[in-house]
Design a protein around this ligand. Structure first.
Ligand SMILES: NC(=O)c1ccc[n+]([C@@H]2O[C@H](COP(=O)([O-])OP(=O)(O)OC[C@H]3O[C@@H](n4cnc5c(N)ncnc54)[C@H](OP(=O)(O)O)[C@@H]3O)[C@@H](O)[C@H]2O)c1
Length: 281
């Protein structure tokens, strides 16, 4: 495992385990327990995923010391106000059953995220959160809030995979010292990523799968990845990416796969934004 250092000195594992779309308690708990057995030490949950309790219970059942695990959660839009972010963070601590959370993100740069951020800053200063960050910021928004917030985000968690590379966003994060974290590092399997001919061909040279090449490519760009799977064999495969390196030629071939936009969400579609505002947790 490699680690990256956030600008406040906190170390973050460069590969973690995402638990989106595992809402059922027992399945989520078993998946996190299997991830711990496999060697994962970063769990990415959110209030909107409905499985913080399962994550916390898995941590206790695993017997791992609290300080060995990096726990991330996210405040949802319906709690975006100063008081709301503080209350939501306290609720996350209670559901996870921990005294502090390693990282808390604001799930979307929408609604009253300015005051919600002030609430996160307050909890950060109180030692309840070790790192604070944003999710889903495109370059314009990220630059604006880095210029606005008293404490700028330590991480920006966005969709990033070979089909949607977000090069300008990555450059903006590098400029502001914000660590990039990739959600959907497999494009949720869309565009047949797991059978993609370019990734498969590159992987053949190293005895690796297309999935492993996709993860390795992001690691070599300085990105933290949080792949999700409920299958233990895939968990093992997805973490087995630290014993090979892609060449410059491989990286250039993958760079050419970019289609330049998301096929999972559309943050530029007003209907999508309106829909997000209807979700309450
Ligand atoms: N901040 C945000 O707005 C946001 C949005 C989306 C996601 N996220 C975070 O990012 C994490 C990852 O993103 P994601 O879950 O959307 O998508 P993803 O990790 O790109 O893809 C997950 C899909 O890939 C399959 N899979 C995983 N490993 C595989 C392998 N080695 N071979 C074949 N199939 C494999 C999984 O199936 P099985 O489970 O059946 O194996 C699942 O269907 C989430 O869990 C969540 O923590 C954050």
């Amino acid at each position: 495992m490699t680690y990256l250092k956030l600008y406040n000195g906190v170390q973050i594992p460069q590969l973690g385990f995402g638990v989106y779309q595992i809402p059922e308690y027992e399945q989520a708990k078993q998946a996190v327990l299997a991830a711990f057995r496999t060697g994962y030490r970063l769990i990415d949950t959110a209030q909107a995923y409905g499985n913080e309790r399962a994550v916390g219970d898995a941590l206790r059942e695993s017997g791992l010391p609290r300080e060995e695990v990096f726990l991330t959660s996210k405040v949802w839009l319906s709690d975006f106000s100063y008081d709301g972010a503080i209350r939501a963070t306290k609720e996350t601590l209670s559901r996870l059953g921990v005294d502090y959370v390693d990282m808390m993100l604001l799930h979307q740069p929408m609604g009253d995220y300015i005051n919600a951020w002030k609430g996160l800053e307050e909890m950060y200063r109180a030692g309840k959160i070790r790192a604070i960050g944003m999710a889903n910021c495109y370059p314009l928004v990220l630059a604006d809030l880095c210029e606005t917030f008293a404490i700028k985000p330590m991480v920006n968690q966005v969709e990033m995979h070979p089909f949607f590379q977000q090069t300008l966003n990555l450059q903006t994060m590098q400029h502001y010292g914000v660590i990039p974290q990739a959600w959907a590092p497999f494009n949720e399997g869309k565009r047949n990523l797991f059978g993609d001919p370019t990734l498969t061909e590159i992987g053949r040279k190293y005895g690796k799968s297309a999935a492993q090449v996709a993860l390795r490519w992001n690691l070599q760009r300085g990105v933290v990845v949080i792949p999700k799977t409920v299958h233990e064999d895939r968990m093992k495969q997805n973490i087995d990416v630290f014993d090979f390196s892609l060449s410059e030629e491989d990286m250039a071939k993958i760079a050419a796969m970019d289609i330049g936009h998301s096929e999972i969400v559309d943050h530029f579609d007003p209907k999508w934004i309106a829909m997000l505002h209807t979700i309450s947790v």
